[in-house]
Ligand binder design. Structure first.
Ligand SMILES: [Zn+2]
Length: 375
């Protein structure tokens, strides 16, 4: 095996097969970060003014409605901070949606409860049908693809859009952001918007019919975006989002408690990051999250490398998680081991709508630019 080469600016390396380096040893993800930073991050282009204009428009549009906006809340830093901004800083009347997929840690549940109570935000919790969801999750494990979090991510996304349409709430204010999330190799994680991919995998490996799982086709999405005019507002791209500061504020003002890892609010996610991906695929997602923090000058490259030298999780906790995940999914040790050693597959090994999504990206861009222009 050839030696692993690391970018000279961030901490991405040749475990991402699409990585290429320029003459200074800087990787394509760094260049991509700089591009996205210029295009999607509004902080340096009068972001505050733009955001104020946008907030005024949201308030005006919501005047005769019960809610100004919809937010998703997982209990993690980004979504909790969005709840804080929306209510406390901008005074918007928000409805919060929480997805319960059966894997939330007790701490996540406590954090969500504290936040909505302290901020006085209405909360609607959607509980996925466990039998259906378990069947989808096991299908993804059997499919041997890297992104087994797609069923959860897709359900949240579909639920937010459908709820916004149902209650006629035109704005979904979301915590996805350039600063901490923009470096992610496509080969590591295929996106979660593609319901054709989910259906194909479930059809091949699933055992029960899906009746209630929230999902959206590409055409549904275009309909909600263009006809129903539901707008997605990535609010953290308009402000100077410093993760550690946000965390500190949440701890002080909302009694929020830290999980000790990105997206560790769910036990399944923790297991996915700390075991499934590194062991089965050799992917360490900490590299991408830390690289985004390095590129946005929130930590030094040396500190990021130090962080990567540590084990991703305490071995005792990992053992607990593994036992819990297997038991909850109803898999024996042997069954799970067999799933791990199955040859790894790519998303393109299954039916998918990747090219359709690519072809429609211009529609999405126009809709996004429209939001920016009305400001
Ligand atoms: Zn780099």
């Amino acid at each position: 095996m050839s030696e692993i080469r690391i970018c000279s600016r961030c901490v991405m390396d040749t475990t991402a097969k699409e990585i290429v380096f320029d003459e200074k040893g800087v990787c394509n993800f760094c260049h991509q970060y700089d591009n996205v930073n210029i295009k999607d991050l509004h902080v340096n282009q009068g972001g505050e003014q733009r955001l104020n204009n946008l907030i005024n428009k949201i308030k005006k549009d919501g005047k005769d409605r019960q809610y100004d906006c919809l937010i998703g809340i997982s209990g993690g830093v980004d979504s909790s901070y969005v709840a804080y901004l929306v209510k406390k800083v901008y005074g918007l009347r928000a409805l919060a949606i929480h997805l319960d997929n059966g894997w939330n840690s007790e701490l996540a549940v406590a954090n969500v409860e504290h936040i909505v109570k302290k901020l006085d935000i209405d909360l609607s919790t959607y509980v996925l049908d466990w039998k259906e969801f378990r069947d989808i999750q096991i299908s993804f494990l059997k499919a041997s693809v890297s992104n087994i979090e797609i069923p959860t991510d897709h359900a949240i996304w579909a639920l937010l859009i459908k709820t916004a349409a149902k209650y006629k709430i035109p704005y979904i204010i979301a915590g996805n952001n350039v600063v901490t999330e923009s470096i992610m190799p496509g080969s590591w994680l295929y996106g979660s918007k593609d319901s054709t991919f989910i259906k194909a995998i479930h059809k091949q490996f699933g055992n029960i019919k899906l009746k209630t799982y929230p999902s959206l086709s590409t055409f549904d999405y275009i309909y909600y975006l263009l006809i129903r005019r539901i707008r997605w507002v990535p609010i953290l791209n308009y402000i100077n989002f410093v993760k550690d500061d946000a965390k500190q504020l949440l701890i002080e003002e909302l009694e929020w408690r830290d999980y000790g890892g990105k997206h560790y609010e769910s036990i399944f996610t923790r297991f996915f990051h700390s075991y499934y991906l590194p062991v089965k695929f050799g992917y360490d997602l900490r590299k991408s999250y830390l690289s985004a923090l390095v590129c946005s000058n929130q930590i030094s490259r040396a500190d990021a490398l130090n962080e990567l030298n540590k084990a991703p999780i305490d071995p005792e906790l990992l053992k607990q998680d593994r036992d819990y995940v297997l038991k909850k999914l109803g898999l024996t040790e042997d069954q799970f081991e067999n799933l791990l050693i199955n040859p790894n597959k790519n998303f393109s090994d299954y039916s998918n709508n990747d090219s359709l999504w690519r072809n429609f990206s211009w529609v999405i861009k126009i809709a996004r630019n429209f939001i920016i222009r009305v400001n």
